[in-house]
Design a protein around this ligand. Structure first.
Ligand code: SPV
Ligand code: MG
Length: 286
């Protein structure tokens, strides 16, 4: 089958104690994440922007993010969780976003409580938040706009990123869950997991919790599971690995004057043919 059918994110979550999700920016990176055993792929706004050499600052349009997410989803049997930033504007933009992403076969989206245009969470400035009621209204709008009951909306709080405390993050997430969010994502840029652990201690479990352990990389999956986290997103490690590999390979070619030194360590052309499913395509055209 050249056309791939995919499971919904809700189904994957129901069948798993903790869902491991890998960041990706195009179909090939998403496919490699699936091959490695990830259960879902995060179409990361950071990765998609970086892949165009642009800041993750609401510069690309909804359509461009949609195209990236849909292209990834078309190649995979695991679901894409689309990182939809702030929902690309106000409530009506959120409604349109849900129509478009759901219409393109995406089964889960995530929106965050920062102001549009947003700035990437690890940048020291530009982390202003929408008020709780305003973001709760966006969540309600998203849930009212979805067509299928299977569609999954994650409410992400940037409270800890913007300097608020754990109590305020909990208050926001309770309001978002009560407005219909299917899960809450709590993001932190601290160098340890302590802030997120404090959040989990105070969380009453009304909806599942999603985390993004970029700055606290030593949190082993067994401990993440034991702490009661339902979804863990490794948001950008794939792109960072690609950058390092490409630098090494390109640098070696220019330095050495030929490619002998890297042939053993780079993927073969045959490997790429398999990733392209060339044989199946050839059969289709025969
Ligand atoms: C992304 O991967 O685009 C995210 C996570 O939203 S972060 O970059 O940490 O904001
Ligand atoms: Mg993002």
């Amino acid at each position: 089958m050249l056309r791939v059918n995919h499971q919904s994110f809700r189904t994957v979550l129901a069948e798993s104690d903790v869902v491991r999700v890998a960041g990706a920016h195009h179909a090939l990176s998403g496919y490699l994440a699936q091959e490695a055993g990830f259960q879902a792929v995060w179409s990361s706004s950071f990765e998609v922007s970086a892949s165009r050499c642009l800041p993750d600052a609401s510069i690309l349009s909804m359509t461009e993010y949609l195209e990236a997410a849909a292209n990834i989803q078309k190649a995979l049997s695991i679901p894409v969780v689309a990182d939809c930033d702030t929902g690309y504007g106000d409530n009506l933009n959120v409604a349109h976003m849900v129509h478009e992403f759901e219409g393109a076969g995406i089964t889960a989206v995530c929106i965050e409580d920062k102001l549009f245009p947003k700035m990437n969470s690890f940048v020291g400035s530009g982390q202003a938040l929408l008020d709780t009621a305003g973001f709760a209204a966006k969540i309600r709008t998203a849930k009212n706009a979805q067509h299928s009951s299977d569609f999954f909306v994650i409410a992400r709080t940037e409270a800890l990123i913007s300097g608020l405390d754990v109590t305020q993050a909990l208050e926001r997430c309770r309001a978002y869950a009560d407005s219909g969010a299917d899960a809450v994502l709590v993001h932190s840029k601290q160098r340890t997991k302590d802030q997120v652990m404090a959040f989990l201690d105070g969380w009453d479990g009304r909806v599942p919790v999603v985390i993004v352990p970029t700055t606290y990389p030593d949190w082993h999956i067994d401990e993440v599971r034991a702490a009661g986290v339902s979804v863990v997103i490794y948001a950008n490690q794939g792109l960072r690995a690609s950058v390092s590999s490409l630098r090494d390979a390109y640098g070696a070619i220019v330095r050495d004057g030929d490619t002998t030194g890297i042939e053993e360590s780079i993927a073969s052309v045959g490997d790429l043919f398999e990733l392209q499913r060339l044989a199946e395509w050839q059969k289709l055209g025969a």
